[in-house]
Design a protein around this ligand. Sequence first.
Ligand code: NAP
Length: 317
Amino acid sequence: MSQSDPLFERVALIGIGLIGSSLAHATRRGNLAGEIVVSTRSADTLKRAEELGLGDRYEADAAKAVEGADLVILSIPVGAYGKVAEAIGPYLAKGAILSDVGSTKGTVVRDVEPHVPASVHFIPGHPIAGTEHSGPDAGFASLFEGRWAILTPPADADPAAVDKLTRFWTACGSKVDTMDPDHHDRVLAIVSHLPHIIAYNIVGTADDLEAVSKSEVIKYSASGFRDFTRLAASDPTMWRDVCLSNRDAILEMLGRFSEDLASLQRAIRWGDGDKLFDLFTRTRAVRRSIIEAGQEVDAPDFGRHPEIQPKKEQAAD
Ligand code: NAP
């Protein structure tokens, strides 16, 4: 392979929403594929992908799209994996890498693995990068820059295939970690799934409240509420599937969260200011560590002010 040869001859992107279209942009920008084939469930989305020039070829049939591809990436809701894997399994090329971007990993392995021929390298993945927007118009090439991509290769995975997929994500701007699927699901339950569930809940509670009018909730939202609404605006299908797929880890974290919330409630009831102050000091330090790790900008107002934040706003999940 010469220096200018793309990393893959043909990349098939199954699903072309926020993540799939961002992969298309990043693949194109990095010259990572000789050909990008795009496939998606609906005629409308496929047409829009074509209008946006996200691929070189467009296929309504996912099985047709994966033929001859040396990298196939599923970017669809995790609840749809089993059906799609069953449809494409027999058409995957010998020696191809099959990966994905799903936010949970245990059920992905359970649902996809049975349909993957032995000659195909199945290496699940998950970029910890996203926004609350969906669809092919929402993607952009820099989405993965400076963000982590987690791979969960099976114990007997071919190291050369893992290395090639790692190089793909690195070329998209990501830092790459590997771990086993169960560990991934427990970690993501606390850093991503629980925050989204809490956001959905608090926004739902505010929406149900009768003592405060809806117009007041909107009018005074900059006092804190607004920051939850960004998470709570995330795609309903995706998050329904995440909750159903990572049920055990989420329930475990929710149990822990409820206990800690009850303890906080007690501290407020009994006027235990020291306890509140200690907790709020500890949590402030966590935010500082996130900024130091380059996973957030050190700008007031969460860096949302357009003059202070040149890049598109990102949310990791
Ligand atoms: P999205 O913007 O809503 O796009 C979803 C894509 O999946 C579309 O191409 C859609 O096709 C297709 N799709 C939807 N339901 C389907 C079904 N039942 N069968 C087959 N295809 C279906 O979603 P996204 O945000 O890119 O998320 C895709 C994956 O990335 C999910 O697994 C999610 O967990 C993961 N992820 C998301 C984020 C995030 O922040 N959004 C971050 C990291 C990982 P049509 O439009 O043609 O119906």
